[in-house]
Design a binder for this molecule. Structure first.
Ligand code: HH2
Length: 274
């Protein structure tokens, strides 16, 4: 199985590591650290040298309660870094829900579009369809400003799975082939601790949707609740969570700590004989 991702064909026989580069002043775990181009470029290059298979660049924090960022400002944060990285050997993903930015990002060389709102904007699937980029469709209940106020589900895994199945159908109807589609249950996005743990335990149920499966647990609040550690000290918890996700079928893990994740997955692969 391969993921078609712009000019790249990424084999999914072993788990892929997506390294996070947040060009934001307010991201929950690394806000402000990589806000200037010089810093974000150095960070991106470090993640590549540590073994990132994909880089995910974001210019708008999606943490609970985050304020929306205007298009012009998001563009100013994201595009200069994308332009510096796009010619390299590592596919670049852009984390945005704005169709205009999706189009500009693809024109500037992005190989993947990652939309935490699941390409909800009526124009977003059209923007993606006209490109060769892969898309990551994530599930979120509500929207970042209010999503953690009172998330409610009957059967969280079934509801998230049905939502993703419907979005896959919509993406296919818009002309996006399955080998370009990545799905993600959206840990922490309109979910309580119990919902997140259930989704992680039952992650295998998403494999039936026959798209590449991504899990983003890195440094998230649930890991802080479990360990009592602040975001900068959640590397061990994050690595453990990434490993559990891979054991339960994730093919891409979205992480801040690439080197630690790479080593954990190398042990896993050795045990599996991969
Ligand atoms: N999580 C975050 C952002 N984008 N995209 C996908 N597909 N899956 C995720 O789980 C996911 C995501 C939140 O993490 P981070 O980017 O570190 O924080 P912030 O949104 O505050 O910038």
């Amino acid at each position: 199985m391969f993921l078609k991702c712009g000019k790249f064909q990424l084999p999914l026989a072993r788990p892929l590591i997506m390294g996070v580069v947040n060009v934001t002043p307010d991201s929950f775990s690394d806000g402000g650290k990589f806000f200037e181009l010089k810093q974000s470029l150095a960070h991106a290059e470090a993640l590549i040298s540590e073994g990132a298979d994909i880089l995910d660049i974001g210019g708008e924090s999606t943490r609970p309660g985050a304020a929306p960022v205007p298009l012009e400002e998001e563009r100013r944060r994201v595009l200069p870094l994308l332009e510096r990285l796009a010619g390299g050997a590592t596919p670049i993903s852009i984390d945005t829900h704005k169709p205009e930015l999706m189009r500009e990002a693809v024109a500037a060389g992005a190989s993947m579009l990652n939309d935490v709102s699941g390409f909800r904007d009526p124009d977003a699937l059209q923007a993606a369809a006209g490109s060769g980029a892969a898309i990551c469709i994530m599930h979120m209940q509500g929207e970042p400003r209010t999503m953690q106020q009172n998330p409610l589900y009957g059967d969280v895994t079934a509801e998230v799975r049905d939502y993703l199945a419907a979005r896959i159908r919509a993406a296919e109807a818009a002309g996006i082939a399955r080998e370009r589609i990545v799905i993600d249950p959206g840990f922490g996005f309109g979910k309580t601790m119990a919902h997140n743990l259930t989704l992680l335990r039952e992650l295998r149920q998403f494999s039936g949707l026959r798209c590449a499966l991504l899990a983003g647990l890195s440094r998230k609040a649930m890991l802080g609740t479990i360990t009592g550690c602040d975001p900068a000290h959640r590397v061990h918890a994050s690595t453990s969570a990434a490993l559990i996700a891979v054991q339960n079928g994730a093919q891409i893990v979205r992480v801040h700590d690439v080197a630690a994740t790479r080593d954990a997955l190398a042990v896993w692969a050795a045990v599996k004989g991969k």
